[in-house]
Design a protein around this ligand. Structure first.
Ligand SMILES: C[S@@+](CC[C@H](N)C(=O)[O-])C[C@H]1O[C@@H](n2cnc3c(N)ncnc32)[C@H](O)[C@@H]1O
Length: 320
């Protein structure tokens, strides 16, 4: 049963020819692919020759060993190692643990649509590349010629790299975490992008957006992908509570004709509320926005069977 569920999912990705575009791919998403009580608690992501298993609730002893055996049987020599991220633990205690094979030390390049991004499989809480934003990275690769781009809540800067590889003339990358901004710089260098094209800011969005406004900064593309909740020295931020304020800080920086891509990856933030906050911000700032698209999940992320709406919501909005 377990084997046939997993193999069907692996086969589906192969039929859709998804491996040809990327070395980083979700090959199984339990919550969207099965009602099996055990398997619905896990996801499996492929990063080049590593499988990264996430478990959201602890599964029975033996299940992960069986999953590993199926993975090894299916992928054979292509799979070097298997690791586990246990999200059933509180975030501060969760750390990736090796399950099988010699895990690569340090960061290594994984190509998506021909662009290299640095992934990490040991001593980390996350591999460094959010796979659900693959369609956004693809869009950036095809649309950013000569654009000035601001990437807020950048994490490891994968969206910045995609924008620059797509021809952006200047990319500003901003995140509150020093470690992830350093990783973003490494990603930039690893993609052989010129230093002078990239600005990297280690700081709080709520401190930097007003500073940029004072300097009359303007961007053709602004990427905004906040966490549902965060804490900084300036206090706490929650997308549900502060979404309108955040967007009201952002909109004055958007050039006319420019595009804001704003998304939230959380089942606790409802699409309606998120959109309402953007509307409120556009009223406060007197900015006219046209909805030109939705931020999509890749084909390898089936919709969750138990959820009324997609957990990733987001919009492409043009300032008119
Ligand atoms: C959901 S992740 C962004 C993922 C990223 N857009 C990507 O596709 O790789 C959220 C990021 O926001 C950062 N962050 C949280 N609060 C912040 C704040 N007040 N100012 C700037 N960055 C913040 C976190 O450090 C984290 O890296």
């Amino acid at each position: 049963m377990l084997e046939s569920i997993l193999k069907e999912s692996f086969f589906l990705r192969e039929t859709l020819n998804l491996h040809s575009e990327t070395e980083a791919l979700r090959i199984f998403y339990g919550p969207g692919e099965t009602r099996d009580p055990e398997l619905s608690q896990i996801a499996i992501d492929l990063f080049l020759d590593h499988a990264w298993i996430t478990q959201w609730k602890e599964v029975k002893p033996g299940t992960l060993a069986k999953v590993s055996e199926v993975l090894k049987g299916h992928f054979g020599e292509k799979l070097r190692a298997i690791v586990l991220m246990d999200r059933s633990k509180v975030a501060s205690e969760a750390d990736v643990i090796p399950l099988d094979g010699p895990v690569r030390t340090g960061r290594f390049s994984v190509k998506e649509f021909g662009v290299p991004y640095l992934a990490q499989m040991e001593n980390t809480k996350h591999p460094g590349l959010f796979l659900d934003h693959a369609p956004l990275r693809k869009w950036l690769l095809h649309t950013q010629k000569n654009k000035r781009v601001l990437n807020l809540f950048s994490y490891t800067g994968s969206l910045s790299v995609a924008a620059a590889m797509g021809g952006a003339k200047q990319v500003t990358t901003l995140d509150l975490s020093k470690a992830t901004i350093d990783w973003a710089k490494e990603n930039w260098a690893n993609a052989k992008l010129p230093n002078e094209m990239g600005d990297f800011i280690y700081g709080d969005v709520f401190e930097w957006l007003p500073k940029m406004r004072k300097r009359n900064a303007e961007f053709d593309t602004i990427l905004c992908d906040p966490p549902s909740f965060s804490r900084s020295k300036n206090g706490t931020f929650s997308t549900n509570k502060d979404g309108a304020k955040l967007h009201a800080e952002i909109l004055p920086l958007l050039a006319t004709g420019g595009i804001l891509v704003t998304s939230i990856n959380s089942e606790n933030v409802f699409e309606r509320n998120f959109l309402k906050d953007i509307e409120t911000a556009s009223e406060i700032t007197g900015t006219k926005l046209k909805l030109i698209g939705r931020v999509d999940l890749p084909e390898s992320f089936p919709t969750r069977l138990d959820l009324g709406e997609r957990y990733l919501k987001g919009f492409y909005l043009q300032k008119i």
